[in-house]
Design a protein around this ligand. Structure first.
Ligand code: GLN
Length: 190
């Protein structure tokens, strides 16, 4: 990408895509909603947005994007948010489902149960939303835990891959520290 600003592709098959735009731009990068493998090849890093991981999986399979995405994710920074973090995990429980397995964590879908399945919290001084969020129940190898909430990891990172089980993009105070960290990560490598 040379002297241009990094381009962050938000996978736009399903879920909360557009709210990332203001954060990405405020963090000094270009936002692009990506729907095809050709578009994926043009970006410097990916955000897998929150939404419904089962629906996202179905669409990835229907559009025959699995292998192409796996190839892209292996070579560029990726940040999975909520459903996106489920897609990145090495192992998914409640129930088990297919995932790209690029972050050495075990993640339990809908881990907070029904009563408190959606709530706000402050992570690293920033207001975020947990929306039918998963819980990271295991972190392995050299993955680092950046933040915890209620005694469980909610923001983890390994090299250029990271995951948050919460949504920072719905808070309109831009950029969120998580977007800034991700854009910095992409800028370093681009
Ligand atoms: N409960 C959803 C799932 O299991 C994730 C919710 C979200 O992304 N906010 O895929």
């Amino acid at each position: 990408m040379s002297n241009e600003i990094p381009v962050i592709g938000v996978l736009a098959l399903q879920g909360a895509v557009q709210p990332h735009k203001a954060h990405i731009e405020a963090a000094g990068a270009e936002f692009r909603a990506v729907k095809t493998l050709a578009q994926c090849e043009e970006v410097d890093g990916f955000i897998l947005p929150g939404g419904e991981s089962t629906t996202q999986l179905k669409l990835i399979n229907r559009f025959e994007m699995w292998d192409g995405l796996a190839e892209q994710f292996a070579k560029k920074p990726v940040w999975g948010i909520c459903a996106g973090s489920i897609l990145l995990a090495e192992k998914v429980t409640n129930p088990e489902q297919k995932s790209f397995g690029i972050l050495p964590v075990t993640i339990q879908r809908n881990g907070y149960g029904r009563q408190i399945d959606s709530h706000y919290a402050v992570i690293e001084g920033y207001n975020v939303s947990f929306i039918r969020a998963p819980i990271i129940t295991g972190v392995y190898g050299d993955a680092e835990i950046i933040a915890e909430h209620d005694g469980t990891p909610v923001w983890v990172k390994k090299g250029s891959k990271m995951a948050t089980t919460f949504h920072p993009e719905l808070t309109m105070d831009t950029p969120s520290p998580m977007h800034q960290r991700f854009v910095d990560l992409v800028s370093e490598r681009a």
